[in-house]
Design a protein around this ligand. Sequence first.
Ligand SMILES: [Zn+2]
Length: 67
Amino acid sequence: MNDEAFAARPSWVAARFPTNCRGCGAPIAPGERAVRWARSGALSCAICAPAELYANRPASREPREAA
Ligand SMILES: [Zn+2]
């Protein structure tokens, strides 16, 4: 993995200051769980983040339904 890809990896954090979700614009309070996008520094709320994380992992598919 190259440095750029590593740096772009989002990570779950507790917000350190009041901000707004980059996806839906909802306020994120300090201490609230959110995903931080390393490249932009933007946060995504716990509602938007899973969808965004999923969208950024095209190789990762949902497990197949058990037969
Ligand atoms: Zn959101």
